[in-house]
Design a binder for this molecule. Structure first.
Ligand code: C2E
Ligand code: CA
Ligand code: CA
Length: 554
């Protein structure tokens, strides 16, 4: 046993002689405090609870006997914090005290001091070891299994019930991070505790076990259910005491009838994947997602893309297409710039849309390498148009929020603009709206720096995220790009059209031109023109096309 700290033992006996005999034996290794009866003992335990490593407890005492002390310790839950060895001359009372949670017993008259010391040491050590195991077995806050133990117990569950159909469930929720920031950590802790309580209540219905993975994600391994609503319902009930339903959204990913040929961790990866696929979906009906073959296919597809990325860069499989933007202020639309859009001509899969690989590459940072390739290619293309056609076509490139985190982003852009002899005003950047809400301070710094160098910065996908219209007033931007979804549903005088008009109005007041993207039809074009929109981009004029075809717009 380590000697990092001296342990204290409480000896409880009504006879002074007995206290002295035991005390003398134990004093050689431990600090000792004494109590003369049960009442006295409980008081000492209360006032020294954290420092007492063991109680030696006589059973027969006046005022309050040993078994009553044990009962109290049980009721107060102290028995799981401090081991007790009972002292007795009467063998038959041992059983009851063991039942009441005593760790061991010593019979009077006492054995040799060595035997007593050995049993004391043994009890303390056993107890401390099990406490350590206990501490790692459960999450301190939620009292759910920690991940390693969870997977171990889930596997044991499989062994004991080889034929049971089991579901692997992953639970996480939105806005925890935000709530933690807004309402403080202890409030965050309270949320986690309530969720854990709700999970325990749900398990009473479904059976099974639960563990906690990271702060805000939980695992459940339960016998197959047809309806998982009961689980969310129990948790929501538990949370309702501290949160409004709108403040948090639970998401449950289910790997139903989980295939036992896969390792346990992988089965839960499937559940997590199903859970993550609910990200960004806002409908209240989409709180539960069951893992299916499509997701399995997507997983394989994603792995394929990741694996092929480096080769694709080397072999120039990524192609940059350009979609023209037209200024529609005058009588005739005038080409004013182009947006660079990447696509992947994959040797086996054919053309792969950026929607399928950009979010994937954003997750692991590969997007920055890809984007820099696109940015460099775009800078060269502006140069080529200057040289071959004798015109300047400014190009805007897409910037992922991941790119902005790189400290040398601006240096890189400055370098490629210089190398190709371009003016900074010819090289524009599109940053999606939601990036502005994630790390505002940093992004504003970067954007202001780029603008001070002469670049134009467009806020992309405006209206798709959570930013409010009045946020615009504090954002350093040059151009507003309205999200496609806005345009999709406009009809004369309808709600969407009114919103478009409102955005145009605000932008006008701020002196910021507006690009409407995704414009496909003549009606859309006319409505937008009438409403005072400045610039149009969309299939109405052209799809994104390779540079070789672009000269027809010049
Ligand atoms: P985005 O930046 O909003 O780009 C506009 C998307 O709308 C493009 O899709 C474009 O082809 C499409 N589009 C243009 N006009 C119309 C139209 O009239 N109707 C409809 N339905 N769609 C239209 P694309 O090329 O599939 O790109 C999808 C997204 O992928 C882009 O959305 C952008 O977020 C991302 N992306 C594309 N290229 C890059 C890149 O080089 N780097 C980064 N980081 N993201 C890129
Ligand atoms: Ca864009
Ligand atoms: Ca956009």
């Amino acid at each position: 046993m380590d000697d990092l700290f001296e342990r204290t033992i409480l000896i409880v006996d009504d006879e002074a002689v007995n206290r002295e005999i035991l005390g003398n034996i134990i004093l050689s290794e431990y600090k000792v405090i004494y109590a003369e009866n049960g009442k006295d003992a409980l008081e000492k335990i209360h006032s020294n609870a954290s420092s007492i490593s063991l109680v030696l407890l006589d059973l027969l005492m006046p005022v309050m006997d040993g078994n009553e002390v044990l009962k109290s310790m049980n009721e107060e839950g102290i028995i799981s914090d401090i081991p007790v060895i009972v002292l007795t001359a009467d063998k038959s009372s041992e059983i009851q005290s063991l039942r009441l949670g005593a760790a061991d017993f010593l019979t009077k008259p006492y054995d040799s001091p060595e035997v007593i010391l050995a049993r004391v040491r043994h009890s303390i050590q056993l107890f401390e070891n099990s406490k350590i195991i206990h501490a790692t077995e459960f999450d301190k806050l939620t009292r759910l299994y920690s991940p390693d133990f969870f997977f171990e117990y889930a596997s044991q569950f499989d062994q004991r019930f080889p034929d049971k159909v089991m579901d692997a469930l992953a639970l996480n929720f939105t806005r925890f991070h935000l709530l933690n920031q807004l309402k403080g950590r202890s409030f965050g802790d309270e949320i986690l505790k309530q969720i854990a309580d709700g999970i325990r209540k749900a398990l009473l219905k479904t059976g099974g076990i639960a563990g906690q993975n990271e702060a805000d994600s939980f695992y459940l391994y339960v016998p197959h259910q047809d309806d998982y609503g009961i689980i969310l319902q129990k948790i929501n009930e538990s949370l309702s005491s501290i949160l409004k339903p709108s403040e948090i959204r639970l998401r449950l990913g289910v790997y139903s009838d989980s295939d036992r040929r896969f390792p346990m961790i992988q089965r839960f990866d499937h559940a997590v994947q199903a859970c993550n696929s609910l990200r960004g979906k806002t409908s209240a009906t989409s709180d539960i997602c069951v893992y299916d073959d499509k997701m399995a296919e997507k997983e394989v597809f994603d792995a394929h893309l990741l694996q092929d990325f480096e080769a694709a860069i080397e072999q120039k499989q990524f192609k940059v297409n350009y979609q023209p933007k037209f200024n529609i202020k005058g009588d005739k639309p005038v080409l004013c710039s182009a947006e660079a859009l990447v696509s992947w001509i994959h040797p086996e899969l054919g053309r792969v849309r950026p929607d399928l690989f950009i979010p994937l590459f954003e997750e692991n940072g590969l997007v920055t390498k890809l984007d820099r390739y696109v940015w460099e290619e775009s800078a060269r293309q502006i140069r080529r148009w200057k040289d071959e056609l004798g015109v300047t076509i400014p190009v805007s490139v897409n910037v992922s929020r991941v790119d902005i985190a790189a400290p040398d982003m601006t240096d890189f852009i400055t370098k490629i603009v210089k190398e190709n002899g371009l003016a900074t005003s010819e090289y524009m950047l599109e940053i999606t709206e939601s990036a502005y809400t994630s790390d505002q301070k940093h992004i504003i710094e970067v954007v202001e720096n780029l603008r001070s160098l002469g670049h134009k910065v467009e806020m992309d996908d405006f209206g798709s995220g959570y930013s409010s219209l009045n946020m615009l007033t504090s954002m350093p931007i040059d151009v507003l790009k309205m999200d496609k979804a806005f345009i999709r549903n406009i009809q004369p005088g309808n709600k969407e059209m009114k919103l478009v008009e409102l955005v145009l109005d605000i932008a006008k007041n701020l002196g910021v031109p507006v690009v409407a993207e995704g414009v496909e039809t003549d009606e859309e074009y006319k409505m937008l023109k009438a409403a005072g929109c400045d610039i149009i981009q969309g299939y109405y004029f052209s799809k994104p096309i390779p540079p070789s075809e672009f000269s027809r717009f010049v």
